[in-house]
Structures are given as C-alpha cells and as structure tokens.
Design a protein around this ligand. Structure first.
Ligand code: HEM
Length: 371
C-alpha cells in the first residue's frame, strides 16, 4: 500500500506544476542533496554578523507619515530613486503601487535565484520575517517586526537566527534599488511575497515599520527551542499574545523549507513539497508513523515509511497535546480553513509591536501575485 507520504508527494507535485520553483522542488530528490550541501556550506561559513554590519544605512533619514514610510532625500547625497514615483526632489511618500514594485522585485529574484536548497529562497525569507517578529513581548512592548534589529551582531548571532544571513543578503539588492523602504518593512513584505509566490493564501500587508538601532536588540531566548514540549510552546507564544489555535495555525509554516545541520543542528524537510504552502504538515503529522531518528545529532523524529522527512520535538507536541491535536485534525482535513486561519495569524505575527497610526485608518495592501 502506498504510504500517505507518497500520496502527499504525488498530489503536491501535481498541484504545483504551474510554478517553476515548486515543480522542480516537489521533485527534490536525493541526488540534489550533494549540491545542496555545497551551496549551504557556501554561505553558512560566513559569520552572521557580516550582514549585520554595514547595513545600517541612513536610518535617521527615514520618517513616518500617515502610518506609511516617507523618505527624505536630496539630489546632492546620491539618494536618488530609479524607476520610482518619487524621482523628484523632496519628500517621497510611497503608495501601494510602490510597495507592489518592491514585491515584484522580490518575486523576480525568487524566480531568478533558484540554485538554493530545494530551489527557492522562499522558505528562508518566511523564516526571516517570523524571527524578526517573534521576539515580541506583549508585557514590555519590546521586540517584534518594528526595528529589524537582527541586522546587528548581538541579535544576528543568536543561535536561533543561524543561517538567516542568507535571507538578509538575498534582500540587499532590493534594498539598494528601493532605498526608501525600511529593512523592517522590507523583511515583512518579503515574507508576504514568499508565501504568496509559493501558492499560499493572500496576506494583507501594512507598511509603517521603522528601523531601530543596536540598543533595541532583544535578549537571546525569545524564540522557541525545538527540543522542548507543549508547555514551552505555550510560554513562548503566549508571551507574544497567541492562543492554542494560533500556535497550531502558525506551525503549518513548517510545510515549507528544511532544517540544516550547520544551523539548528536538525536535518531534513517536513514535507515532500517544501516550496509550496499546503496543509501537508498536519496530514503527515497525523497519517505517518514517526519514530526517533537514529543518528549522532539532536533528538528528532523521522517518518517510518521513507525516512526522508522529519519532525522536531515541538512539532510532535502538537499531536501529543489534546487541545493542540484537535486543531491539527481540523487543518489536516480542510486546506481552506488552514489558509484562512494561517493568513489571519501570520498577519497578526507580522504586525507585532508595530505602532500603526490608527487614526489614518490605513487600509492594508493586497499584493498581486506574479506566479
Ligand atoms: C513552533 C515553534 C517553532 C520552532 C521550535 C521552530 C524551529 C525551527 C527550526 C529548528 C528550523 C530549522 C532551521 C535550520 O536549521 O535552518 C525551522 C525552520 C523553519 N521554520 Fe520554524 N520553528 C517554529 C515555528 C515557526 C513558525 C511560527 C514559522 C512561520 C510562521 C516557522 C517557519 C519556518 C520555516 C519557513 C523554516 C524553514 C527555513 C529554511 O528552509 O531555511 N517556524 N524552524
């Protein structure tokens, strides 16, 4: 009898054929492994702080106007836009179409630079946006996506952020082309773009984040530790302001990407289609049999059928805890429900700690996908 995992693979491959990156990625196979290993080593040997320094550009030149970013510049200092509506002297207040241009640029880069991992930088861009946001502490109002403090060594060097330098560097040409956008807005916009371009739900986007300096770096330990269980998950996510249902909905992002031995120490993807947003993570959690992987690395699970997929201890906590498991069951059965709840919860995550000017009633931007 074909395993659930195999069926899931076949379905995902069928569904993903229109998208260049996903059709090749769903078919990721062991022969690609050697190549991936090499490409991973290529950047992971660089210290995380290499991107943190030198990226701190002209933060003082940024200001907020009506909840959206405004960019001051003069022809004398070289801060001239190319191809932007603000190509005149003075104050540039970006409009929805300017953010769509940034979106299109990130989407084009995702198509162009397909020699990464399973063929796409999409998953690591989603992880960058999540780690920028997931430092939020509702009690003190510190952390969150408003600040992009991971540019600086203390936070960039946190163990949890290992490897995210690849995502930050990937976005540098976009920042250079659109200097008016803050890093904080760019990282979140890119997460939104990656989700939509990987066939995920539409994620409403509101700009207005400001970059902060090194003093605003958050302390280590605010992001989840994958070796722990349900209590830890609730502690970490309740600190950000999420409930049980939201924790499970957010975790569906592990349909995407993979673990890397040279980053977290864990190894492998969660699903057979790591560059397509699906509810397969929940299906696999419930339908596959999972056992401890026998290896020399940190404790993780592998699927019994193919031994090519993985689950972290925190992933398995979603089915050992009864309340979490109910939501896993709902999302496994109903992809539309997952997409709806995932869009809502990731929007909340991406806006943690952002002081939007509520008086302007700034309506969110809905980006047009390019894929
Ligand atoms: C529930 C607690 C969570 C834990 C313990 C956790 C842990 C991890 C770990 C250990 C990795 C592997 C990193 C590496 O070695 O490269 C990873 C990757 C990833 N995580 Fe999570 N994560 C959690 C929640 C989330 C959430 C809420 C999101 C997004 C909404 C997310 C998105 C991702 C993505 C997309 C990747 C793949 C990155 C890549 O392929 O490079 N994770 N996570």
């Amino acid at each position: 009898m074909a395993s659930t995992a195999t069926r899931t693979f076949a379905r995902a491959a069928f569904r993903s054929t229109p998208l260049k990156t996903s059709s090749r990625n769903t078919a990721f196979a062991l022969p690609r492994q050697a190549f991936r290993q090499q490409s991973r080593r290529g950047y992971a040997s660089e210290p995380a702080k290499s991107s943190s320094t030198g990226l701190f550009l002209g933060i003082g030149a940024l200001a907020l106007a009506g909840g959206a970013g405004a960019y001051f510049y003069s022809q004398g200092n070289g801060s001239i836009f190319s191809g932007s509506a603000g190509e005149t002297k003075g104050l540039f207040v970006p409009k929805a179409e300017d953010y769509q241009k940034v979106y299109n640029e990130v989407a084009a880069l995702l198509q162009e630079k397909d020699d990464y991992d399973d063929g796409s930088y999409g998953p690591v861009l989603v992880r960058l946006a999540w780690h920028a946001s997931g430092t939020y502490d509702k009690e003190t109002g510190t952390g969150g996506s408003n600040g992009a403090t991971m540019r600086f060594a203390p936070e960039g060097d946190h163990g949890a952020n290992a490897g995210l330098v690849a995502a930050r560097n990937f976005l540098e040409p976009v920042k250079a082309k659109f200097p008016w956008i803050t890093y904080s807005d760019l990282w979140i916009l890119s997460g939104v773009c990656a989700i939509q371009e990987m066939q995920g739900p539409t994620i409403p986007y509101r700009p207005g984040r400001q970059d902060k300096d090194i003093a605003a770096c958050t302390p280590d330990g605010r992001l989840p530790d994958a070796s722990k269980g349900n209590k830890h998950l609730r502690d970490i996510f309740c600190r950000m302001g999420f409930n049980d249902q939201e924790i499970v909905a957010l975790s569906g992002a592990h349909a995407l990407g993979r673990c890397h031995t040279d980053r977290s120490g864990f190894d492998g993807p969660w699903t057979f289609s790591p560059t397509v947003v699906t509810n397969d993570y929940y299906k696999l959690l419930l339908d596959e049999k999972w056992s401890w992987k026998k290896w020399n690395g940190p404790k993780q699970y592998e699927d019994k059928s193919t031994k090519s997929l993985m689950m972290l201890p925190t992933d398995m906590a979603l089915i050992s805890d009864k309340t979490f498991k109910q939501w896993v069951g709902k999302y496994a059965k109903d992809n539309d429900l997952f997409f709806k709840d995932f869009a809502a919860v990731i929007t909340k995550l991406f806006e943690l700690g952002v002081p939007f000017d509520e008086t302007t009633q700034q309506s969110p931007i809905t980006f047009k996908p390019t894929a």
